[in-house]
Design a protein around this ligand. Structure first.
Ligand code: ZN
Length: 506
């Protein structure tokens, strides 16, 4: 006869698997909406997704899950921390708590409000009309602050929002980390951002079909498994997983900008290889996913930037690229191309920013979010505060709201707080993880220059990917790299790379 805890564990796992499968089904509807659905399907698709999300919310907050978790507490406490069941129960409890402590009426109100806010923003941005979104953003700030009431154990009002996507991260930890980063970045940006770099080589034109064929070849070489994935076109590229056996990526193509499709596809393939690398024994459980936003972003950026924008990578791939686009690239030289894809400039738009200045865009948003949530900054003063920060940190000022405070969808389609820090955490983690991989395998750059990626990918799978969500993010980084997360490895990486590129001492 099965012991009581075995019966309870089996029942809990069955419930969690049902939630996992329903969310995979919702994901497939969403993927279809963003790739192949004809416009006529939009209204019904909205209803179908809402229906599935309602069912998912009910299943995830079912008191029976709470009862099972309570019944299993003695079993959980008897296990060593790194036992799979202990991790499963920890993550299941975390998900359940996050879901049940926010009152249903509040969830409904927030969903309604953010979808309205998004509609208004979608019109206000092209019209450059901040006043149109201002009352919506004011309400969003108010509602974002209220999360602290549901999770009063957190110290700072932004902490519950940050913890949703980057578990264990707090304002108290992020502030000094971002301070160190800002201080380290300023002299690098000063030294390299005002150089003339000719990047006309990236303007093509590059025919769409050949771009798609080339990026397929690239991500297949990196290790993206097409028997468990596929690439389709969309407006805003993303990665999505329906199960560990079906992890898809999407891309978009601009014939006059080679970087658009190429680097966003490598980026999404990095996210996807992480999911494809999770141990199949976790399939159907909440452990079958990435550890956090930051850790996930570390893998997209590791492949996109540390590998995909490196000299060894293009030593191998540039001749292939020339073969693919002989009209535009025959006779072009690798050095010009390498400089073009690593151009550093003071810019206004976060999503177009290079790997050096990118973090300033995040730091600006993070600091403004804290001030809004702390009540130190009023929404009406946000555009001016935005302008002042850009002038101070990047030396550029937005000429309008469109390329200023209205540029990102985040604040207009979700909460204020919790969304941006993951991008910079990803950059820092990527450099620290890559440094550890090179320490273990100094031959990796030579292999990359020969078009071979299996040593790096295997090391990442063994040390990081296979664990899924088993370990908390900060603990995972320490296990993988042997030291706590810091800005040091990232700053060192930038100093070496851009010092060499521009022949300056950084
Ligand atoms: Zn990403």
């Amino acid at each position: 006869m099965a012991s009581p805890h075995e019966t309870a564990l089996q029942e809990l796992k069955a419930r969690l698997r049902e939630i996992y499968d329903l969310s995979g089904a919702a994901g497939l509807l969403h993927w279809d909406q963003a790739t192949h659905m004809p416009p006529g399907g939009a209204a019904a698709r909205g209803r179908q997704l809402a229906a599935l999300r309602r069912i998912l919310h009910q299943k995830s907050t079912d008191p029976e899950i709470g009862r099972l978790l309570e019944a299993l507490r003695p079993y959980e406490e008897s296990l060593p921390d790194d036992h799979d069941d202990a991790a499963l129960l920890r993550v299941a409890r975390r998900n359940y708590e996050k879901a049940v402590r926010v009152p249903e009426a509040f969830v409904v109100e927030l969903t309604r409000h953010t979808s309205e806010s998004f509609q208004v923003w979608a019109k206000a941005r092209p019209a450059n009309d901040f006043e149109a979104v201002r009352p919506y953003l004011e309400k969003t700030v108010e509602m974002s602050r209220r999360f602290h009431e549901f999770f009063p154990e957190f110290e700072h009002v932004a902490d519950p929002l940050i913890d949703l996507s980057d578990e264990g991260m707090t304002v108290a930890l992020l502030k000094p980390l971002f301070e160190e980063l800002r201080a380290g970045l300023l002299p690098i940006v000063q030294a390299v951002a005002d150089r003339e770099v000719d990047d006309r080589i990236l303007r093509g034109p590059f025919p769409e079909e050949r771009q798609l064929a080339f990026v397929r070849e690239v991500v297949e070489a990196l290790g993206y498994d097409f028997s468990r994935g596929r690439i389709d076109k969309t407006h805003h590229p993303f990665m999505i997983k329906f199960s560990l056996g079906d992890v898809r990526i999407t891309t978009r193509v601009k014939e006059t900008d080679l970087g658009e499709c190429l680097f966003s596809t490598i980026h999404e393939a990095g996210h996807a290889m992480y999911e494809q690398g999770i141990d199949p024994k976790y399939e159907g459980t909440p452990l079958a996913g990435g550890a956090s936003s930051g850790v996930h972003e570390s893998q997209s950026r590791l492949w996109e930037n540390l590998v995909g924008r490196s000299r060894p990578f293009w030593t191998h791939f540039f001749p292939r690229l020339q073969e693919a686009f002989p009209e535009t690239l025959k006779g072009a030289d690798l050095e010009t191309f390498y400089r073009a894809i690593n151009k550093v400039e003071r810019s206004l738009i976060r999503t177009d920013a290079d790997e050096v200045t990118y973090n300033f865009h995040v730091i600006i948003r993070f600091e403004l979010e804290l001030e809004l949530l702390e009540g130190k900054l009023a929404v009406k003063d946000l555009p001016e505060a935005w302008r002042a920060r850009y002038a101070e940190l990047l030396g550029v000022e937005p000429p309008d709201h469109r390329d200023g405070v209205l540029q990102d969808v985040h604040w207009y389609s979700g909460t204020v707080g919790g969304a941006f820090q993951g991008y910079t955490l990803g950059n820092l983690m990527a450099a620290q993880i890559f440094e550890a991989a090179l320490e273990a395998h100094p031959e990796i750059p030579d292999e990359i220059a020969a078009g071979r990626f299996e040593t790096l990918r295997t090391w990442l799978t063994e040390n990081l990917y296979r664990h899924g969500r088993k370990f908390k993010p900060l603990e995972l980084i320490e296990r993988v790299t042997g030291k706590p997360l810091s800005a040091g490895p990232y700053l060192l990486y930038l100093r070496r790379k851009y010092g060499e590129l521009y022949g300056v001492e950084l």
